[in-house]
Design a protein around this ligand. Structure first.
Ligand code: HAM
Length: 401
């Protein structure tokens, strides 16, 4: 028997209901904030991810589904959505137009990680990307929008937030951190020694308790932010306070992707287990120019749909539409015709079998229909349809026409 690949899952009933419920309601919320739907390819040139997500990240370094296609191109299944959206943004010359552009997308992402609870090799994200606003006001709006989404689904979470500085304050800070890490070299795990050589701030992401202890007295970026980043971060926090949004400043929050600057945030939940981030995002003001576009400030986030599904109940399904069935052989054609007509306006489940009324009523109930409509010999003679409302328990006859 052929089975799905390790770390890859089907989304089948009844989970499919939850999946659509999340997509529909999340899309409805982000549309209120002016985001429009876009779709970008799942396969992109490998270079795109190397240059955006970054060679020093685990995603690019260890987890890419990368291969050479039949034309000899080095391609990759997207591990995340931001890079493709930015590529499309530049390719379509939105950067040259200027102004504000807000997009949302959803679909599968691929990371060759070790599968565990809440961590898959193919998973789905709902993401948003906003281009053209430098102000902290957009950071606040984006965070509030994500909070509105998670509140809609009634989940419990903590908002963790940090500032990753910019190209002015990050390089001198990196020097300071390097000096500290050089002194602690022998005490760091192998991964952190590698991180030190590639992207030292990643050491804060280390889950090793020994490393975390060693890093307690490490210099922190928050105290080394330039005036502009400091003002940006403080203005954002003040606005979140004014809106009554609870957050935790987490100096260890560095995010696993290289393109971020200034604001970085994650919504984590104690209801999730070890993989506790339900959504994450941040600012990436340099990515558009880094990928050869015109410098454009940007910010976005992505929600892990499987992780959100894990935390919510399937919404109760309301009875909907019609079930049509024939009580005798001669009624098959008329019921088929009637069902086709009804489908112009309603959802219709049509039975192809001749059955008793009792059997049809049972099947209509199972199909989740609101109405059960049948044609038997009497109805045929009178050119009528017998209809029962399964909620109000009322019966009536309607003219077939
Ligand atoms: P990310 O933090 O790598 O960010 O992923 C966002 C969310 O995707 C995570 O919080 C998590 O819920 C979910 N996720 C990540 N990996 C897995 C996995 N292996 N299995 C299941 N769920 C997973 C990004 O991808 C950025 N592109 C977000 C962003 C958009 N930043 C700016 N704009």
């Amino acid at each position: 028997m052929i089975t799905a690949l390790r770390g890859m899952k089907d989304i089948l009933p009844p989970q499919n209901e939850k999946y659509s419920y999340i997509l529909e309601n999340t899309a409805a919320i982000v549309k209120k904030y002016g985001f429009v739907f876009i779709e970008t390819p799942i396969l992109e040139e490998t270079t795109l991810f190397k240059r955006s997500v970054g060679e020093s990240s685990d995603i690019v370094g260890k987890e890419m589904y990368q291969f050479i296609d039949k034309g000899g191109n080095d391609v990759c299944l997207r591990p995340e959505g931001t890079a493709g959206v930015v590529r499309a943004f530049i390719e379509k010359k939105y950067d040259r137009q200027g102004g504000i552009h807000r997009f949302f997308y959803h679909g599968p992402m691929f990371r060759y990680e070790r599968p565990q609870k809440g961590r898959f090799r193919q998973f789905h994200q709902f993401g948003v990307e906003s281009f053209g606003v430098e102000s902290y006001l957009e950071d606040a709006a984006i965070i509030l929008m994500l909070k509105e989404i998670l509140d809609f689904f009634g989940i419990r979470y903590t908002l963790k937030i940090n500032s990753l500085g910019c190209s002015d304050c990050m390089p001198p800070y990196r020097e300071t951190l390097m000096k500290f890490l050089d002194e602690k070299e022998g005490e760091l795990c192998e991964d952190c020694q590698r991180r030190k050589a590639t992207n030292p701030i990643r050491v804060f992401d280390c889950k090793n308790s020994k490393c975390q202890e060693v890093l307690i007295p490490a210099p922190r970026l928050r105290e080394n932010l330039c005036a502009s980043c400091d003002t940006h971060f403080n203005s954002l926090l003040t606005l979140l306070d004014a809106k009554g949004v609870a957050y935790e400043i987490d100096p260890n929050l560095v995010r696993g992707l290289d393109y971020y600057n200034k604001t970085a945030f994650e919504f984590v939940s104690g209801d999730l287990g070890a993989q506790n981030a339900v959504a994450g995002g941040g600012r990436y003001d340099k990515l558009v120019s880094f990928l050869d576009g015109k410098e454009t400030p940007a910010i976005g986030f992505a929600i892990g749909i499987e992780r959100l599904m894990e935390m919510i109940e399937t919404p109760p399904k309301e009875r909907e539409g019609y079930y049509f069935g024939a009580l005798c052989e001669e009624a098959i054609t008329p019921i088929f015709v009637a069902a086709s007509k009804q489908r112009r306006t309603d959802k219709v489940t049509l039975s192809y079998d001749v059955r008793s009324l009792k059997a049809h009523l049972k099947a209509a109930d199972k199909a989740g229909a609101r109405y059960c409509a049948v044609i038997g010999e009497d109805e045929l003679a009178q050119r009528q349809l017998w209809v029962k409302d399964l909620v109000e328990k009322e019966e009536e006859k309607r003219a077939l026409e």
